[in-house]
Write a protein that binds this ligand. Structure first.
Ligand code: ADP
Ligand code: MG
Length: 267
């Protein structure tokens, strides 16, 4: 297979077991033989119960933790496996990670926060600056470039952290319940913002959540995880048309049925 037909990201039989701190028992597995593949440009959502190992899974893909078994491949190349000695977080700027916290530096202005990772990598050229400005505008943050994080709303800070990751331009982006802490109305707004930002330049996204509606609203495909030890127990293509008006999706035929099927599987 050539690079174009390979999945961008592939997990092959990933297993994870944390060491038992008392050292007495073998700790139970958190993730069990989990395999999945994400094609370039695809938006895949993973829905699973709280505590099912979603954050643990993304931590391994982002290389802030290592699996007990199995491997992670990027464009067919194994970038992490059980025996990997040295973790490389974000693997050569190829993998971006948006976590539940916005992780903005309080003493840096919004624009500085967004440009900081590019600067740290020595990649802050005119093209990246222009792209950052375009994303800032698309995210409705134009005019706020010189504000400090504490002067912005929670939704604005979250948008800034999305823009920071998109401006950094990794081909693969991981998102861990990034809107979990926000109120329902702000969340729906941010779903729309995220889809709009994503469509500006088709990134490949793996987004985990415990919220079924969120998983359907955003994804091309929803993967359903079992309770720990996590495995993929079902997969649903989402046929809803794009661009999506997220606040109206629940009224579309197909939404309620898919929601119910996934809810049954999560029982
Ligand atoms: N560093 C760790 N050490 C030991 N156990 C952990 C660690 N991180 C997560 N766990 C355990 O792994 C399980 C899955 O956690 P997590 O991946 O955070 O779930 P989710 O993100 O789906 O809510 C939980 O039982 C949690 O207690
Ligand atoms: Mg989590």
């Amino acid at each position: 297979m050539n690079a174009d037909t390979l999945p961008l990201l592939e997990l092959v039989q990933i297993g994870k077991r944390f060491d038992d701190p008392t050292g007495r028992d073998a700790a139970p597995a958190v993730i069990d033989q989990l395999s999945l593949a994400v094609a370039a440009g695809e938006f895949v959502t993973i829905v699973g119960p709280s505590g099912s190992g979603k954050s643990t899974l993304l931590n391994m893909i982002a290389q802030v933790d290592r699996p007990t078994s199995g491997s992670v491949k990027l464009r067919g190349q194994t970038i992490l496996e059980a025996g990997t000695e040295q973790l490389r977080p974000g693997w050569q700027c190829q993998i971006g990670y948006v976590t539940q916290e916005d992780n903005l530096l309080p003493w840096r202005r919004l624009e500085e926060n967004i440009l900081l990772p590019l600067k740290a990598q020595g990649r802050l050229d005119a093209a990246h600056r222009a792209r950052a400005a375009e994303l800032i505008e698309a995210a409705g943050l134009k005019g706020f470039e010189r504000y400090y994080p504490h002067e912005l709303s929670g939704g604005m800070r979250k948008r800034a952290s999305l823009v920071r990751t998109l401006a950094y331009d990794p081909p693969m982006i991981l998102m861990d319940e990034p809107f979990g802490a926000l109120d329902a109305q702000t969340r729906v707004q941010l779903h729309g913002d995220l889809l709009r930002l994503w469509s500006l330049k088709r990134k490949t996204i793996l987004f985990v959540t415990h919220d079924i509606a969120e998983a359907i609203a955003l994804g091309d495909r929803v993967l359903v995880l079992s309770r720990a030890p996590a495995r993929v127990i079902a997969e649903h293509p989402v046929q809803l048309p794009r661009p999506r008006e997220v606040d109206r999706l629940v009224t579309l035929p197909g939404f309620a049925g898919l929601f119910d099927r996934i809810r049954e599987q999560l029982r």
